[in-house]
Design a protein around this ligand. Structure first.
Ligand SMILES: [Ca+2]
Length: 153
């Protein structure tokens, strides 16, 4: 009886440890793997099958201005980069008119636009292409990107 009881307690303790770790692991994964913002510096910070945008040239985050993000990744069309996520009713946190470098790790071309809703000056970024400085492309749309859409321009 006494041995069984000890074993039972050990099993209960082991179960408690397991349940704590299985609870903690997904919570950590959600915080690090699922957020598409502040991805870090450098081309390796961009996950596969995503297009990535950085506030500074050469794939550096630099400082987000006015509470904006300094980088983000996505695989979805972006009609308004100023509204990547709603922080409060008065401020949609985004990256309007801020992007200076872009990397396309998706399998399709994307068209990057200076205005919302896929309009205005635009440049195309092909699959696998990197643009380290939007100030060097024609037209110069450094710090002007406002929307992006899958497909050729
Ligand atoms: Ca910038």
């Amino acid at each position: 009886m006494r041995k069984l009881s000890k074993r039972g307690m050990a099993a209960a303790a082991a179960a408690a440890v397991v349940s704590i770790s299985t609870f903690a692991t997904p919570a950590l994964a959600a915080a690090t793997d699922e957020t598409p913002f502040q991805i870090g510096d450098g081309v390796n910070a961009c996950p596969g099958n995503r297009i990535c945008f950085w506030n500074d040239a050469n794939f550096h985050q630099g400082d987000g201005k006015g509470g904006d993000f300094a980088s983000f990744e996505t695989d979805k069309d972006l009609p308004d980069m100023g509204k990547l996520v709603e922080v409060d009713p008065f401020h949609d946190k985004g990256m309007q008119d801020a992007t200076s470098s872009v990397l396309n790790k998706t399998g399709t071309a994307w068209c990057l636009y200076a205005d919302n809703n896929f309009s205005g000056e635009h440049v195309q970024i092909d699959p696998g292409q990197q643009i380290p400085d939007l100030g060097q492309v024609q037209p110069n749309i450094n710090d002007l990107l406002s929307s992006a859409q899958m497909g050729k321009c």
